[in-house]
Design a protein around this ligand. Structure first.
Ligand code: GLY
Length: 376
C-alpha cells in the first residue's frame, strides 16, 4: 500500500459554489466627466471611504484635483501615489501600497479608485484585489491605451522578474469612468499606442468600425468630441462582449491576442525600451496579418489595409529582428504553450479564424519563419 491512500471509508462534504455573483458593471464615457467625478462616484455608494491610487504624474494632473473634490463634499478620501513608469509595476511597489492602505486604516467597506494609465490601473486593481482578500474598486483610466484595453475586463497584476503580468488576479471594477478630456493631456505618441489596441478590436470583430477609424483618423487624433466618444464607446462594446463571454480567457478572450504573439516577442527583443506596447503590437498585427495571408485564410487586400491603417496612424509595421530570434523570443512568453506557438488570426477584417472552435491556433514554425522574413 506504499504511497496509496485507502479510500474504502470516507465521508464527503460538498462546498457548493456554483451560484455566481452578478459582477456586471457600467462603463461611463463622457467628455466633461472629471469636474463631477467625486460626486458621481460617491453617489454610487461603492464605499464608506475612498482611496485614490495613482502614479506620481497623474497625481499632479488629476489625483490631487479628485482628492479636493472628495474633501469638498466632506467624504473621507486618501491618495497613495507611486513613481510613474512600468518599472514600478512589481511586487515591491504593490507591497508598499498595501502597507500604506493598512496604515491609513482602509477596511472592507473602503473603495479604491484606480486612476491613471495601464500601470496604475493594473497595480491599483491588484492592490484592491488582494487587500483584505479583495475590496471594491472603480477604475478611472486616463490614457487611450487604458480606455481601449486594460481598463476593461478586470485583469489586474504586476510583473515578476521572470516576465510581464505573471502575478495577478481577475478582479472586476464596480464601475469604469472614462473621461475623454483626460486624453488632451496625452502626447500624440500615447494616442497612437492606444489606437493600436482599438484597431486590434476592429480587425478581430468589426469591419465597419475599422472603416470608421480609416475615415475619421484625423478627427480622432485631433480629439474631436463626438468622434472620440464614439470611438471609445464602440471599442468598449467590442471588448466587453468578449469579457462577458469568456472572463477568464479560456477561449474567446484569446482572440484579443491578435498581434500579441509576435508583438510580445518584439517588445522583449527591444528590452521593453525600444518599442512601446502599442508599437510592438502594431508590428505584431502587421506580421500576423501576413501569417494569416501566408496560410491562405486572409485576403491580401485585407492584410494590406491593416498595414496601411497602422502606418497612417504613425505606428511601425516593419519587423527588424530575424525570424528565428523572433520565434525564440515568442516562445519564452508566458502565453507560449509548452514551446508551441499559438496565434489569434483574423480571416478577414472583422472576422476571426478558428480551428476546431479554438481561437488560438498553431501555425507551423517553417511557414511563420518564411512569412516573417518577408516582413523585415
Ligand atoms: N488585454 C487582453 C485582455 O484583456 O484579455
Amino acid at each position: 500500500m506504499n504511497g496509496i491512500i485507502d479510500f474504502n471509508y470516507f465521508e464527503k462534504v460538498r462546498v457548493k459554489l456554483s451560484t455566481r455573483a452578478d459582477n456586471s458593471y457600467n462603463i461611463i464615457i463622457a467628455k466633461n466627466l472629471f469636474p463631477a467625478l467625486a460626486r458621481s462616484i460617491s453617489r454610487d455608494n461603492f464605499g464608506s471611504r475612498y482611496c485614490i491610487i495613482t502614479d506620481s504624474n497623474v497625481a499632479k494632473i488629476f489625483g490631487n484635483r479628485l482628492l479636493k473634490q472628495f474633501n469638498g463634499l466632506g467624504i473621507k478620501c486618501d491618495l497613495i501615489s507611486f513613481p510613474a513608469g512600468e518599472k514600478s509595476k512589481n511586487l515591491k511597489t504593490a507591497g508598499k501600497i498595501l502597507e500604506k492602505m493598512a496604515s491609513i486604516g482602509l477596511d472592507r467597506k473602503s473603495c479604491v479608485i484606480a486612476l491613471g494609465g495601464g500601470v496604475a490601473g493594473d497595480i491599483a486593481g491588484f492592490a484592491a484585489a488582494i487587500y483584505l482578500r479583495g475590496i471594491n474598486f472603480v477604475q478611472v483610466p486616463t490614457t487611450l491605451l487604458a480606455m481601449a484595453d486594460s481598463g476593461i475586463g478586470g485583469k489586474t497584476g504586476v510583473n515578476l522578474g521572470a516576465g510581464k503580468n505573471l502575478c495577478g488576479s481577475f478582479h472586476q471594477p464596480k464601475k469604469v469612468y472614462m473621461c475623454t478630456e483626460a486624453l488632451s493631456t496625452l502626447q500624440k505618441r500615447e494616442m497612437r499606442n492606444g489606437l493600436a489596441e482599438v484597431v486590434k478590436h476592429a480587425v478581430i470583430f468589426d469591419r465597419d468600425f475599422f472603416g470608421f477609424i480609416e475615415q475619421n483618423l484625423e478627427r480622432v487624433m485631433s480629439l474631436e468630441d463626438g468622434i472620440i466618444v464614439k470611438l471609445v464607446k464602440r471599442n468598449c462594446e467590442l471588448k466587453s462582449k468578449v469579457v462577458e463571454m469568456d472572463e477568464k480567457e479560456s477561449n474567446l478572450r484569446k482572440a484579443l491576442n491578435f498581434g500579441h504573439t509576435i508583438g510580445h516577442a518584439v517588445e522583449a527583443l527591444g528590452n521593453y525600451k525600444k518599442y512601446s506596447h502599442g508599437q510592438a503590437v502594431s508590428i505584431g498585427m502587421a506580421c500576423e496579418a501576413q501569417i494569416a495571408r501566408g496560410i491562405g485564410i486572409m485576403p491580401e487586400r485585407d492584410a494590406g489595409r491593416i498595414r496601411a491603417l497602422l502606418q497612417k496612424i504613425g505606428l511601425p509595421v516593419r519587423l527588424e529582428y530575424g525570424a528565428q530570434e523572433t520565434l525564440e523570443a515568442a516562445r519564452s512568453d508566458k502565453k507560449a504553450d509548452g514551446g508551441k506557438l499559438h496565434y489569434a488570426l483574423a480571416k478577414s477584417i472583422g472576422r476571426m479564424h478558428t480551428e476546431g472552435g479554438k481561437f488560438a491556433v498553431h501555425v507551423d514554425d517553417g511557414i511563420v519563419k518564411k512569412v516573417l522574413e518577408g516582413c523585415r
